[in-house]
Design a protein around this ligand. Structure first.
Ligand SMILES: Cc1cc2nc3c(=O)[nH]c(=O)nc-3n(C[C@H](O)[C@H](O)[C@H](O)COP(=O)(O)O)c2cc1C
Length: 418
C-alpha cells in the first residue's frame, strides 16, 4: 500500500514532497504556514491578497492609513473611480511581504505566492503587472496565477530577468480554461511549470457556476491528463479540492498527477492566520453549515460557513482604504447592492445587504469564513478538550499526516495537557 512519500514532485532536476499548501487570502496562509511546508520539503503558498494591509500588520507600515487619508474626501461618494493604488507603494508592500518570507526560508522546499487576477484594483493590468514583477524582484520561488483566466499575465512579467527562472503555474478547473491560457500565452515561448486542477470542493472562490456539484475532481483531472498526453506536454499536474487524507492524495498520484494542493486541513493549525475563535468555528461546523453562495462581488461562487458574519452585513463600502475589487471602471458589485438597499430604506441605520458582501473589509477582518467542503471533517482530526474547545494542530503534524498516512487513516496529535 503506497503513501504520499513514495512519490516525488519534480521540477527539472529537483525533487519535492508532492504536497503543496494552497494560497489562502487574506493572510490565512501566513508566511509561517508556508515556511513550514518548505521546511518539510514541500511547497508552501503565501497570498498577495490585500498585501498593503498585510504589510501594515506585519511590518508596521502605514499603507492603508495613508490611502484612507488621501481619499477621505470620497468616503461618502459612491463613485469610487478616483480611488487608485499608488504602484510604487504597492510594489513596496509586495517586496516586504515576499522578501521577509523568502529571507526566513529554511529547508529543501519552495515558497510560492498565489496571485488572484480578480483583484482588479481599479487598474487591472498595471496593478497585476506591479504585483507579479515585485514578487519576482523579492526572490519568490514561484507564482501561482489564480482566480481568473490570466490571458495576459505571462506577458506582464516577460521582461523580468527571472521570468524563465521562477516557477510559474496556473490554476484551472477545466481543459478548456487551460487550452485558452496556453493559446493566449503561446507567443512567449514559455509554458507553465505546473498546472493546478482545482475541483468544486475547494475553499475560497470556485472556478465553477452554481452547478458546481455536478463536477468531480477525478474526472476533470483525467481529462487534463489525457489532454496533456495528447498534446505531448510534460507539465506537472497538481490536483486540488477535497483531498482530505494521505490516501485521497495517493489515489490522485496513482492516477498520474505530480502532486496535490491542500488547504482545509491546515486552517486549524497554529500557523494558520485565522483568529483562534474562527478556527473553533471551523472545527464545530457540520455538513449543513457549509454553503456555496454568490455574495462575492467577483461573480464567482464562494464556499463559506453559513454563520459567516459577512452575510447580510450592510457596511459602507471600504474602497478608500482597500478597493481591491474595484474593476477597470472603478466599480464593485457590492457598491451597487449597497446603494440599492440605502435607496430602498432611507431612514434605516442598519442596512442589510444579502446578495453581495464587502469582501475586502470582511476578509481583512476575518469575518468572511470561507472554507473547503470537508471542513465538517476537521473535528475528526484532533481531540476535543474538556472545555468543549478543539485542540489545534501543528502544520508539521498535518503535513506529515498527508505524507505518511495509509489506509485512509488520520493521525491524531498528541493530547495536550488539559
Ligand atoms: C480558507 C481558504 C481560503 C482560500 N483562499 C484562496 C485564495 O485566496 N486564492 C486561491 O487561489 N485559492 C484559495 N483557496 C483554495 C486553496 O488554495 C486550495 O486550492 C483548496 O482549498 C484545496 O482544497 P482543500 O481545501 O479541500 O484541501 C482557499 C481555501 C481555503 C480553505
Amino acid at each position: 500500500m503506497k503513501r504520499v512519500d513514495d512519490f516525488r514532485l519534480r521540477f527539472g532536476k529537483n525533487e519535492y514532497v508532492p504536497i503543496m499548501v494552497g494560497g489562502m487570502g487574506v493572510d490565512i496562509s501566513t508566511s509561517e504556514l508556508a515556511l513550514e511546508a518548505a521546511r518539510l520539503g514541500g511547497i508552501g503558498h503565501i497570498s498577495d491578497a490585500m498585501v498593503e494591509d498585510v504589510s501594515d500588520r506585519k511590518f508596521d507600515t502605514s499603507f492603508v492609513k495613508d490611502k484612507t487619508k488621501l481619499y477621505k474626501f470620497n468616503i461618502n461618494n459612491m463613485d469610487k473611480s478616483v480611488v487608485q493604488f499608488d504602484l510604487e507603494r504597492l510594489a513596496d508592500a509586495q517586496r516586504r511581504h515576499i522578501g521577509a518570507t523568502m529571507a526566513a526560508k529554511q529547508g529543501p522546499g519552495l515558497i510560492f505566492v498565489n496571485c488572484m487576477e480578480k483583484l482588479t484594483m481599479n487598474g487591472p493590468r498595471e496593478t497585476l503587472r506591479t504585483r507579479l514583477n515585485a514578487a519576482l524582484d523579492a526572490g519568490i520561488d514561484g507564482i501561482t496565477l489564480s482566480a481568473g483566466l490570466h490571458f495576459g499575465s505571462f506577458a506582464l512579467m516577460a521582461d523580468h530577468p527571472r521570468f524563465r527562472e521562477a516557477k510559474l503555474g496556473i490554476i484551472v478547473s477545466s481543459v478548456r480554461a487551460l487550452q485558452i491560457f496556453l493559446r493566449k500565452n503561446a507567443k512567449l515561448d514559455r509554458l507553465p511549470d505546473y498546472i493546478i486542477v482545482e475541483g468544486p470542493l475547494a475553499g475560497g472562490h470556485l472556478g465553477f457556476g452554481m452547478d458546481w456539484a455536478e463536477y468531480d475532481l477525478m474526472t476533470i483531472t483525467q481529462e487534463l491528463l489525457d489532454y496533456l498526453k495528447a498534446e505531448n506536454l510534460e507539465i506537472p499536474l497538481i490536483a486540488a479540492g477535497g483531498i482530505f487524507t494521505g490516501s485521497d492524495a495517493v489515489r490522485f498520484l496513482e492516477a498520474g498527477v505530480a502532486g496535490v494542493q491542500v488547504a482545509t486541513r491546515f486552517t486549524v493549525t497554529n500557523e494558520c492566520g485565522l483568529p483562534a475563535k474562527v478556527k473553533q468555528e471551523y472545527f464545530k461546523a457540520s455538513e449543513e453549515d457549509i454553503i456555496v453562495n454568490g455574495i462575492s462581488p467577483t461573480g464567482y461562487p464562494m464556499r463559506m460557513l453559513k454563520s459567516t458574519p459577512a452575510i447580510g452585513a450592510g457596511i459602507r463600502p471600504g474602497c478608500e482604504s482597500y478597493g481591491y475589487l474595484l474593476d477597470a471602471t472603478g466599480n464593485c458589485a457590492y457598491i451597487n447592492s449597497y446603494n440599492r438597499e440605502v435607496a430602498a430604506h432611507p431612514d434605516e441605520k442598519n442596512i442589510v445587504v444579502m446578495d453581495k458582501t464587502c469582501l475586502c473589509t470582511h476578509m481583512r477582518n476575518f469575518n468572511c469564513w470561507t472554507c473547503g467542503h470537508y471542513t465538517y471533517r476537521l473535528k475528526d482530526t484532533t481531540h476535543k478538550k474538556a472545555s468543549g474547545e478543539y485542540q489545534l494542530l501543528t502544520a508539521e503534524h498535518v503535513f506529515k499526516d498527508y505524507q505518511f498516512s495509509i489506509d485512509n487513516q488520520i493521525a491524531l496529535p498528541e493530547k495536550e495537557e488539559a
